[in-house]
Design a protein around this ligand. Structure first.
Ligand SMILES: Cc1ncc(COP(=O)(O)O)c(C=O)c1O
Length: 410
């Protein structure tokens, strides 16, 4: 294994917690990740010693807080290889980042007769904001279909791209685990004269990310899935683009000046950060980024590929035809998100039985109802792996599934 997982696990206090005398097997990191001690400590230390408003007051404590907030922005920029920290906008979460894109760029550029291209594996965060705007602006939404093993089917891509103004797609599916060919799609989008927008919410926490190598235009992701706190998300965008699009929310911090007649906007990123931002959360996010950098994202990815292979093999060997695992089998093409159907049990029943053994998984539509329709199911059970999971966790999942078999009398 590429990581010393036992050492990594020690950094996460919650993983030594027990419920009813046995440890927690946390397999829901695709939903939200657990937090290492240093993130918790960085936030506490900041709140105890350095908390103050940012960008507003001139006393030294406020300067210290501003520096901590901007330091987190620099860390995020480094982590995704952004050309400048000023291109990293802090939002509330990836969902808000997507809404920022549709309500600013989308509202300014889309009208009847236009189209945007999404994929059939998108999270609602990359569907509903487009649909909300489409009902108002009257443009079309097209969908890239999927192959039988859950990859993007690009065979009709030239036709789908014809006349499209933006391609907005996930870098890694939160249901299938599929890693999409981001560079290729960005290139195809640009060749067609369209913007390339990437939902990297599931990708950034698990893979080395280089937004310049992708040649993307806008990239959205969330802190809480990458060991940081909830309440803060990110939008990276090319400076010319962020500069050109109108502001999203109005209020304090996002203005240059305000008169009785109107206002002018502050430069990016402040232009998109109206109101008091999540200050301590940014500090926690900065600590999370440093934690991930120390582990090394190549090693994180290798660990997850090894563990995903082990999980797919274990579940297939132990349950054969009784389990259907969605998404590609090749771990080079997927991350550690494992959605499955188990016999004809309802995913909610499966997750309840697993919970009796402290195995935490998610059951439901995973905020991807159109994809559920494509798969022909209402819901799946989803186990999602991260850097603190090991083969024992996978074995615990398989043992607990055996338990479900006993309870439901197979
Ligand atoms: C692929 C994908 N996109 C977007 C989101 C939305 O993230 P958030 O809830 O942090 O806004 C999620 C969350 O599960 C996701 O998995």
């Amino acid at each position: 294994m590429a990581l010393d997982v036992q050492a990594v696990r020690k950094e996460f206090p919650i993983l030594s917690r027990e419920i009813d005398g046995s440890p927690i097997v946390y397999l829901d990191s695709g939903n939200t990740s657990q937090k290492p001690r240093r993130v918790i400590d960085a936030m506490s230390a900041f709140l105890e010693q350095s908390y103050a408003p940012i960008n507003r007051s001139s006393y030294r404590l406020a300067g210290e807080a501003t520096e901590a907030y901007e330091g987190a922005r620099r860390s995020v920029a480094r982590f995704i290889n952004a050309p400048s920290p000023d291109e990293v906008v802090f939002t509330k979460n990836a969902t808000e980042s997507m809404n920022l894109i549709t309500q600013t760029w989308g509202r300014a550029h889309l009208s009847p007769g236009d189209a945007v291209l999404l994929t059939q594996m998108e999270h609602h965060a990359n569907i509903v904001p487009w649909q909300m705007l489409a009902t108002e602006r009257g443009f079309d939404i097209r969908w890239i279909p999927l192959t039988a093993d859950g990859e993007l089917d690009l065979s009709d891509i030239a036709e789908l791209l014809d006349g499209v103004k933006a391609v907005s797609f996930t870098a890694m599916s939160n249901v299938l685990g599929t890693i999409t060919p981001v560079e290729q799609i960005c290139r195809l989008a640009h060749d067609a004269g369209a913007l390339a927008i990437v939902d990297a919410c599931q990708y950034v926490p698990h893979n080395p990310t280089d937004v310049q190598a992708w040649d993307a235009d806008l990239v959205a992701f969330s802190s809480h899935k990458m060991c940081g706190p909830s309440g803060i998300g990110m939008l990276w965008g090319r400076m010319e683009l962020l500069d050109a699009i109108p502001p999203f929310l109005g209020g304090g911090n996002m203005i240059d000046t305000v008169t009785f007649d109107g206002f002018t906007t502050a430069p990016v990123p402040a232009k998109f950060e109206a109101g008091t931002p999540p200050i301590a959360e940014a500090v926690g996010l900065g600590a999370a980024v440093e934690f991930l950098e120390e582990l090394g994202m190549h090693d994180v990815r290798q660990h997850e590929m090894d563990l995903t292979r082990y999980a797919l093999d274990t579940l297939h060997e132990r349950f054969g035809d009784d389990i259907t695992i969605y998404g590609p089998d090749n771990v080079e093409h997927r991350g550690g998100v494992i959605s499955f159907a188990f016999r004809d049990l309802h995913p909610h029943d499966v997750s309840q039985v697993l919970d009796e053994r402290n195995v935490c998984v998610r059951a439901g539509h995973h905020c991807a109802k159109p994809l559920m329709k494509t798969l022909g199911v209402n819901a799946t059970t989803r186990a999602s792996l991260y850097l603190y999971n090991d083969t024992d966790d996978v074995d615990a999942l398989a043992d607990a599934l055996d338990g479900a078999t006993d309870i439901f009398g197979f």
